[in-house]
Design a binder for this molecule. Structure first.
Ligand code: ATP
Ligand code: ZN
Length: 296
């Protein structure tokens, strides 16, 4: 039995490529995850939420049915599921920036490929038949889709198919099997999804609070706090150089007329090149600090 009816349920992958990052995101959002005797659920003792630890393939179904109000799952799994549904089954709340990979078409060395038209009449092995069929249809190509539940990269060697369509992150597994990427069907990353089933007011309130925290964590991941001193005439140029800043805070420096401290939250990475440009524009004593928490 999962918790009482006023607690939210969030489904995450129990063990696999998404588990550590999913847990880390929740921990950074301030959730204290308890590890009980039960391996299917984990209670959060400082927030009205229980985690369901499941296979990633089951997450879309749980979220569709409202068994879990939220889930963290790869776009690949989610879209493959959604293509088999008659109606929308969930809402995507946030792109989480981890679990990045892509569903790609690969061919054995020496097999020519110019465009999707090269796939016409060929046999393509995949664990993502719906996404592959959509790709073929969008490109007006007729080919035979061979569905396999795993070890898709072996299909060409076993003469089951001439091409494969599989998830790739670095391409090392493909190379080891004498295959190379020829096209991309879908770029993927982990997503936070929410059920379309209505929530009780209590759950809705907890959901808002959770989302605000998760958004805060995501916002701090790429953001930096930047501070510097600058003469008045440099302020306009500095404003243009600062990446992802809407309105920096400008404070007069005590005892140095015409000089200001500039503070800003940069919503993008701050590179050494940016610091060099700021210095060339007249800034000095430039500091870049990580941001621990943020609530917009
Ligand atoms: P489960 O036991 O939960 O069904 P699984 O074997 O289907 O696990 P994993 O290999 O752990 O799944 O991958 C989970 C998700 O991680 C994928 O669906 C995908 O979104 C993402 N991912 C990131 N990089 C890769 C990769 N190189 N290969 C496969 N999946 C990846
Ligand atoms: Zn899976």
């Amino acid at each position: 039995m999962i918790g009482t009816s006023d607690r939210l349920h969030l489904a995450i992958q129990k063990s696999g490529r998404l588990s550590d990052s999913s847990r880390a995101l929740l921990r950074e959002s301030g959730l204290r995850i308890q590890h009980g005797k039960n391996d299917l659920t984990a209670r959060v003792d400082n927030f009205p939420i229980d985690l369901m630890l499941v296979r990633d393939d089951d997450i879309p179904t749980f979220v569709r049915d409202g068994v879990c109000e939220f889930g963290i799952v790869g776009r690949n799994v989610l879209e493959e599921f959604a293509l088999g549904e008659a109606e929308p089954a969930y809402e995507v709340i946030a792109e989480l920036g981890f679990g990045t990979c892509a569903l790609r078409v690969a061919a054995p060395e020496g097999k020519a490929y110019d465009s999707p038209a090269s796939l016409a009449g060929e046999r393509i092995a995949t664990s993502y038949p719906r996404l592959l069929k959509r790709f073929l249809e969008e490109n007006g190509v007729e080919a035979t889709v061979i569905e396999m539940s795993g070890a898709v990269e072996l299909a060409p060697r076993l003469h089951i198919a001439s091409y494969i369509c599989d998830l790739v992150s670095t391409g090392a597994t493909l190379e080891a099997n004498g295959l190379h990427v020829v096209d991309t069907v879908l770029e993927s990353e982990a997503l936070l999804v929410r059920t379309l089933k209505p929530l009780t007011p209590e759950k809705e309130e907890a959901a808002e609070m959770l989302l605000m925290r998760i958004r805060g964590v995501l916002a701090t991941q790429d953001s930096k706090y930047i501070m510097m001193n600058a003469p008045e005439e440099a302020l306009a140029t500095i404003g243009e150089i600062l990446p992802g800043v809407e309105a920096p805070t400008v404070i007069p420096l005590a005892g140095r007329p015409g000089h200001f401290a500039v503070h800003a939250v940069c919503q993008e990475s701050v590179f050494w090149e940016t610091l060099q440009k700021l210095k060339a524009a007249g800034a000095s004593a430039i500091l870049v600090l990580p941001i621990e928490k943020m609530m917009m």
